[in-house]
Design a binder for this molecule. Structure first.
Ligand code: G3P
Length: 217
């Protein structure tokens, strides 16, 4: 399973990248706005740190505008993926861009039908938002599981990025149902390698070692 970081914070990316755990990065206009930095500058910096796919989202709502923006964004680095919203215009843009060899990540997917449409239009990645589905009482994990089945049934090449991840349990569940990728907020990532019993165990080992050393002296 691949881990992407769902952040545009360069310090977070560097910290987790140094552990060899960052296979890619996803951003959206909200995430970019949090950094208060120039869009192009921050995306180029992220692309220079991470060799895997880095998603940068268009803001146009019409296919022509999306394609124009995407062609520009795609020039910023070799590992750029252009994020496109899941609309009719977005599908049209995805289809054009896939024919031009520009990688796309179709975002804001909330149903199996939407995921299937995006994959058929030529999306490289599809991003179902599981946390936002959970928020309205619909199990997000079921969508990820169903999408994986549908992609497998028809040999569709799009990879599933489980997005809108809010908890450790979300990450574990997406791994169990076969999401290709989980995109994880930087603030959540450290929870993946932590456990209170690990901390307690280390503290006990240290305490016992200190007592042993004192007895020895
Ligand atoms: O990758 C999409 C993700 O950033 C959305 O997360 O928490 O805003 O639903 P959230």
């Amino acid at each position: 399973m691949k881990f992407f970081l769902d952040t545009a914070n360069v310090e977070e990316i560097k910290r987790i990248h140094s552990l060899g755990l960052v296979d890619g990065v996803t951003t959206n206009p909200t995430i970019i706005s949090r950094e208060g930095r120039n869009f192009e500058e921050v995306i180029k910096e992220i692309c220079s740190i991470v060799s895997g796919p880095v998603s940068a989202e268009v803001i146009s709502l019409d296919a022509e505008g999306m394609v124009k923006e995407a062609r520009e964004i795609a020039k910023w680095a070799d590992n750029i993926v252009v994020k496109i919203p899941m609309t009719e215009e977005g599908l049209k843009a995805t289809h054009i861009l896939s024919q031009e060899g520009i990688k796309t990540n179709v975002t804001l997917i909330f149903s199996v039908a939407q995921g299937l449409m995006a994959a058929k239009a030529g999306a490289t990645f599809i991003s179902p938002f599981l946390g936002r589905l959970d928020d309205i009482g619909t199990p997000g994990i079921k969508l990820i599981e169903d999408l994986r089945t549908v992609l497998n049934n028809y040999g569709l090449k799009a990879e599933i990025i489980a997005a809108s991840i809010r908890s450790l349990e979300h990450v574990e569940a997406t791994a169990k149902v076969g999401a290709h990728i989980a995109t994880i907020p930087g603030s959540l990532f450290p929870k993946l390698w932590s456990h209170p019993l690990t901390d307690n165990g280390i503290a006990q080992f240290m305490k016992d070692w200190e007592s042993f050393k004192k007895e020895e002296a």
